[in-house]
Write a protein that binds this ligand. Structure first.
Ligand SMILES: CC(C)(COP(=O)(O)OP(=O)(O)OC[C@H]1O[C@@H](n2cnc3c(N)ncnc32)[C@H](O)[C@@H]1OP(=O)(O)O)[C@@H](O)C(=O)NCCC(=O)NCCS
Length: 92
């Protein structure tokens, strides 16, 4: 995303819409995402979309980006978790 529009909530809004679509439209049972461990903004976006950190992994690559030595993180949200949070939001 262009720097001029960082921190305005667009990535969070987009991530939430993708999760909603994945479960309600496409019937997924689990959605995962990964990013570099050092990428705080992306991790926060995933958390705001309801995903939780489930693991850290390390990939050997010849031309690593700065911070790659801290690995990559995997996040997930499962359908039952999303269903439960949707019910809370709707006051059920
Ligand atoms: C990562 C990126 C997509 C986030 O998009 P965004 O629209 O700025 O994100 P949002 O406005 O939805 O903010 C999401 C959360 O992250 C936080 N955040 C944003 N930038 C941050 C940073 N540099 N450090 C820590 N937290 C940050 C926001 O404060 C917000 O959390 P909050 O509501 O609790 O305050 C955007 O910053 C970007 O394009 N960065 C450059 C490229 C990049 O890093 N891409 C990702 C590679 S995996």
């Amino acid at each position: 995303m262009r720097r001029a529009v960082w921190r305005l909530g667009y990535a969070s809004e987009g991530a939430r819409a993708l999760v909603e679509s994945g479960f309600s439209r496409f019937g997924f049972v689990r959605i995962i995402a990964s990013t570099m461990a050092v990428n705080k903004a992306s991790r926060r976006v995933l958390e705001k979309a309801g995903l939780t950190h489930v693991g850290t992994f390390y990939v050997e690559e010849p031309d690593r980006l700065p911070g790659a030595e801290h690995g990559d993180v995997e996040y997930e949200i499962r359908r039952e978790t999303w269903d439960a949070s949707a019910q809370i939001t709707q006051g059920a």
